[in-house]
Write a protein that binds this ligand. Structure first.
Ligand SMILES: [Zn+2]
Ligand SMILES: [Zn+2]
Length: 258
């Protein structure tokens, strides 16, 4: 049920930036010298794939500067606590996502809500895979850390990590959801702000995930304005293939679809 590791699922996006297609979800490795930033970690059951992808990229897990989390859903947070507890890798995220990662509460689509959507094409096979991959497992992070607060201007600061990621707070999917701009390569690692495909959607290309997945869909749509302020030319979404083209244009397409 969990995807077998295949080298072709590790895709170079730009120099030093690789997207890894896991089980219906994507994580990103940003290398700089001997260290790297890992953005998201896949499902709990993706751990072997995650480690295989790091090995292929010659990044030792203990050499990770940080695990940067877009948001604390199980398909993104799966191995964060394991990396922290095993190798001491800090797990960083937006301050509003910290209690979510600690599982003080859980803002994730419930089994009941998925069941109510079971009539939709693709939902049942996806849900069975999600359950098998640890979609409802306990992945609480014992010590999640907030990255430094935005500057006085309110503009989020560059993080002192490989790739110099700049957090873009896009709340709605969850309260503390962030995309990360990699300014040197013009790449946005989008998390679940925009998808380009999902097993439960018939649409191809830039889109919002189906409604059941969002805490507040309208807010998620409005929050995309943070992406419109970038000149990024590549989007690596949490779900679906890498999108090459103006990220502003991708947002326009999403808004058009409503
Ligand atoms: Zn999500
Ligand atoms: Zn997701």
């Amino acid at each position: 049920m969990t995807k077998q590791f295949r080298e072709e699922d590790v895709v170079q996006v730009e120099d030093g930036v690789h997207a890894v297609y896991g089980s219906d979800v994507t994580w990103v490795v940003v290398r700089s010298g001997d260290s790297a930033t890992l953005i998201d970690t896949g499902y709990p059951a993706d751990r072997a794939n995650l480690l295989a992808s790091l090995e292929l990229l010659k990044v030792a897990p203990e050499a990770l500067s940080a695990v940067l989390i877009t948001h604390a859903h199980n398909d993104h947070l799966g191995s964060a606590e394991w990396l922290r507890a095993t190798y001491g890798v800090p797990v960083l995220m937006h301050p509003e996502e910290v209690p979510h990662a600690r599982r003080d509460f859980l803002d994730q689509v419930s089994v009941g809500k998925v069941a109510a959507n079971a009539w939709r094409p693709g939902v049942v096979p996806w849900a069975l895979r999600a359950l098998g991959n640890g979609g409802t497992a306990d992945v609480a992070v014992a010590e999640p850390q907030a990255f430094p607060a935005p500057g006085a201007s309110g503009a989020p600061g560059t993080l002192d990590l490989p790739g110099s990621p700049v957090p873009l707070h896009i709340p709605g999917h969850t309260a503390g959801h962030c995309a990360y701009l990699l300014p040197d390569s013009g790449i946005v690692v989008g998390g679940d702000a925009i998808a380009t495909g999902h097993p439960t959607s018939r649409l191809k290309g830039p889109q919002l995930l189906p409604t059941m997945f969002h805490k507040d869909r309208e807010r998620a749509l409005a929050g995309l304005s943070a992406l419109e302020e970038t000149d990024a030319e590549v989007l690596v979404p949490g779900h679906g293939p890498v999108y090459r083209g103006s990220v502003r244009e991708a947002v326009r397409l999403v808004r058009e679809r409503g």
